[in-house]
Design a protein around this ligand. Structure first.
Ligand code: ATP
Ligand code: MG
Length: 350
């Protein structure tokens, strides 16, 4: 922390209407998440050739928050369509399972997708694969067993019947971590063909190791577009401003708790949380809880809530490795004619 004075707010929390739990329900709209949403919404469209979209970023940057938000946004936008046709589920969110086994469990993964697609209560009564009496999804003939291929067929049918435009797979790095290198290409072809057969774009969300995917095969690389969900950087004025705006919004959420006393620590918070808004949210929630326990707000509560140097160091190392791997790959060179027209030799997207 840059400011280490032990100043305390005079007010006692017992007398305050603000509760730290208030922070749990808050989702701060910030520049980076807005940019990511826009880019994803632009790249998700029917007939897109990008069958796989890859969203990589550091831990705590807000990837899962983005993932759930993009799905709920899509469902909200499709309200009218869904009212007219109750069988439609335009977007689905699943977490890739971490089975604890050596191999990634595709069985569990497919079951999770089916749960999302079949678990819906109000369903279209006439579509293929929907039981007209019960309104439940009917597994097609030959795919009723629990074999992997049967599950896969059921997923294909369900995605098609539900007209699912995109499937968000959070924690997708589990697929890579738990799949033997020799089989990885085949496994990912499975996802690619699922996307192509059902017209459903796959949005894979995960930590930086997910980026290895693009180096697996040229064919896969061509169909994969990478989006880098970056942290706010200390060395960028623009990022600093955007991060300060986040701290301000968190400050506004619990005005009775910390009054105006968070903003003086914005830069220290950027440094400690490595510019990751999710980590910032965790630190501030902890700080609020500690203050509540103490019975009053204090800078000391904030200090105790920070990441330790060891934690910060570990995360920073992962970030540095991840950024080094992803940044050269994301430098896309413009063709010569464009260089001439735009007077910009290259565009570093990262
Ligand atoms: N924009 C936001 N506003 C408020 N809270 C947020 C925001 N983004 C993230 N958070 C909170 O921060 C925490 C971490 O965020 P999230 O789980 O999205 O990060 P992540 O990038 O998925 O991390 P990991 O790689 O560890 O899975 C969550 O509790 C989440 O609710
Ligand atoms: Mg996550």
């Amino acid at each position: 922390m840059t400011k280490t004075t032990n100043q305390t707010a005079p007010s006692l929390l017992a007398a305050l209407p603000d509760s730290p739990e208030k922070l749990n329900g808050v989702r701060i709209k910030h520049t980076r998440i807005g940019q990511m949403m826009n880019e994803l919404e632009t790249l998700i469209y029917p007939e897109s050739q990008d069958s796989i979209l890859l969203v990589c970023g550091p831990t705590g940057v807000g990837k899962s928050t983005l993932a759930t938000h993009i799905v709920s946004n899509a469902l909200q936008k499709a309200t009218e369509e869904m009212e007219q046709d109750a069988g439609v589920i335009p977007a689905v969110y699943v977490q890739a399972p971490s089975s604890g086994e050596d191999d990634f469990s595709w069985r569990l993964f497919y079951q999770r997708i089916l749960q999302q697609l079949e678990g819906e209560l109000s369903m279209k009564k006439t579509a293929y694969g929907i039981d007209t009496e019960t309104g439940r999804m009917v597994r097609p003939r030959g795919a009723t067993g629990n074999s992997l291929s049967a599950l896969r067929t059921a997923v294909e049918k369900a995605l098609t019947a539900r007209q699912t435009r995109f499937l968000v797979i959070d924690e997708a790095a589990h697929i890579i971590r738990q799949t033997r290198q020799s089989r990885l290409g085949i496994q990912l072809d499975t996802l690619k063909s699922l996307a192509n057969e059902c017209g459903t774009q796959m949005v894979l969300v995960g930590a930086y190791d997910l980026y290895q995917l693009v180096s697996l095969s040229g064919q896969l690389a061509r169909r994969t577009h990478v989006l880098h969900f970056e942290r706010y950087r200390q060395d960028s004025e623009e990022d600093l401003r955007a991060f300060r705006a986040c701290v301000q919004k968190f400050q506004n959420t619990l005005p009775d708790l910390w009054g105006e006393q968070l903003m003086p620590h914005a830069e220290a918070l950027l440094e400690n949380t490595l510019g990751c808004v999710g980590t910032l949210s965790c630190v501030l929630t902890r700080a609020a809880k500690l203050a509540q326990k103490d019975g009053r707000w204090s800078v000391d509560a904030l200090r105790r809530a920070l990441l330790t140097e060891a934690q910060r160091h570990q995360i920073l190392e992962e970030i540095m490795d991840g950024e080094a791997a992803i940044n050269p790959g994301l430098t896309r060179t413009m063709p010569r004619s464009h260089i001439h027209n735009n007077r910009r030799p290259s565009r570093s997207v990262a």
